[in-house]
Design a protein around this ligand. Structure first.
Ligand code: DX5
Ligand code: ZN
Length: 223
C-alpha cells in the first residue's frame, strides 16, 4: 500500500489546523510530524503541546519522526500526545533494542530511521522487530533540501535484504521528494512517501493530486 505522509514542518503554523483539514480532505491517511530537539539536529521544531492540539482536530494517523537524542526518555509523552507510529533514529539510541521494545509495549507501531551516511547493516538485527524503516534522503534537520540520489541504491539494497530474509515492512523515505522524482523512489521499493514543501507550498489539494497521479501511474507500470 502506497501512502503519502505530508510533513507539517512545511505548514503555515498560523493556520495549521486549516491546512491539516485540507490534507485530510484530500484523502491522505498519514500526517508526518517532525520533532527536532536542537541537539540530535541543530534546529528545534515543536513538541507535545502542538501535537496534542492538532490531535483534537483530525483522525489522520500521526507518523511521529523523533529527531531527538535518546528518544526512549520521551516515547511515553509522545504516545500521550497522540502518536500512532513513532520513528526513532538508530544513531540517536544507545540501546536501540530497548527503545524499540518500549515503543511496542506502549502499543504503537515502531519505525527506525537511518541518516544518509548510516549503512543499512546498522539495523539488520532489528528488522524482524519493527514495522517500518525510514530512509533519510537528506540530512535531517530542515525541510526544502535537495534529494540525495545515492538514496535510491540504499532503498533497493534494503528491499533486497528484506526479501532475502522474508520480512515485509514499510519503507518510508523522507526528504527532497517531489512529484517529479517520486516515481524513482517508488521504483526503488519505498511505499511511504514523506513530503513537506512540495505539498504545503501552493495549493495543497492540487499538490496531493499530483502525487496521487504518480502513484496511479506506478501501479499501472508494476501490475
Ligand atoms: C527533515 C524532515 C523532513 C522534511 C521533509 O529533517 O524529517 O520530514 O521536513 O521536507 P521536504 O519534503 O521539504 O524535503
Ligand atoms: Zn521527517
Amino acid at each position: 500500500m502506497i501512502k503519502l505522509a505530508p510533513s507539517i514542518l512545511a505548514a503555515d503554523f498560523n493556520i495549521l489546523g486549516e491546512q491539516i483539514k485540507k490534507i485530510e480532505g484530500a484523502g491522505v491517511e498519514y500526517l508526518h510530524v517532525d520533532v527536532m530537539d536542537g541537539n540530535y539536529v541543530p534546529s528545534i521544531s515543536f513538541g507535545t503541546p502542538v501535537i496534542k492540539s492538532i490531535r483534537n482536530n483530525t483522525k489522520l494517523i500521526f507518523d511521529v519522526h523523533l529527531m531527538v537524542d535518546e528518544p526512549i526518555r520521551l516515547v511515553n509523552d509522545y504516545k500521550e500526545a497522540g502518536a500512532d507510529i513513532i520513528t526513532v533514529h538508530a544513531e540517536a539510541c544507545s540501546d536501540l533494542v530497548a527503545t524499540i521494545d518500549k515503543i511496542k509495549t506502549l502499543g504503537l507501531k515502531v519505525g527506525v530511521s537511518l541518516n544518509p551516511e548510516t549503512p543499512i547493516s546498522r539495523i539488520e538485527n532489528v528488522l524482524q522487530d519493527i514495522d517500518m524503516v525510514l530512509i533519510m534522503s537528506v540530512d535531517p534537520g530542515a525541510g526544502g533540501q535537495p534529494f540525495i540520489p545515492s538514496t535510491l541504491e540504499k532503498i533497493k539494497d534494503l528491499k533486497s535484504m528484506l526479501d532475502n530474509k522474508g520480512i515485509s515492512l514499510d519503507i518510508e523515505v523522507d526528504g527532497g521528494i517531489r512529484p517529479d522524482n517520486v516515481m524513482d523512489v517508488l521504483m526503488a521499493g519505498a511505499n511511504v512517501i514523506v513530503t513537506g514543501t512540495a505539498v504545503f507550498r501552493g495549493d495543497i489539494l492540487e499538490n496531493v493530486n499530483r502525487y496521487n497521479k504518480e502513484f496511479e501511474r506506478y501501479k499501472e507500470i508494476v501490475k
